[in-house]
Design a protein around this ligand. Structure first.
Ligand SMILES: [Zn+2]
Length: 100
């Protein structure tokens, strides 16, 4: 879908695919900043917290553009990696969940 491609390109060029890395455990949390909202993804499980995922992807539709963006960003090595310490993990998750 052309609209999806445009969105993916802007997500990637604006570095909105973020990988939060927690050290020393190496835990990872992926997010994509969409229209004013940050979405939580798990590319390994092919999961995204957005509405399009809930309404389309789970019903056999195509993947949402967040999931696609993560794949493209990985391929092109354009992931915005942000490092945290493990101490921050719990607070990070709480903030993320309250934002969803
Ligand atoms: Zn999504």
């Amino acid at each position: 879908m052309k609209e999806d491609n445009d969105r993916i390109e802007s997500v990637i060029s604006e570095k909105r695919v973020k990988l939060h890395m927690f050290n020393p455990s190496g835990r990872k949390i992926w997010t994509v900043v969409g229209k004013g909202k940050e979405h939580w993804l798990d590319p390994d499980l092919n999961f995204c917290s957005c509405e399009a995922y809930y309404f389309n992807t789970l019903n056999g539709g195509s993947e949402c553009y967040h999931l696609k963006s993560v794949k493209v960003a990985k391929e092109r090595n354009q992931v915005n990696v942000i490092k945290f310490s493990d101490d921050e993990y719990e607070n990070f998750l709480l903030a993320l969940i309250s934002d969803l």
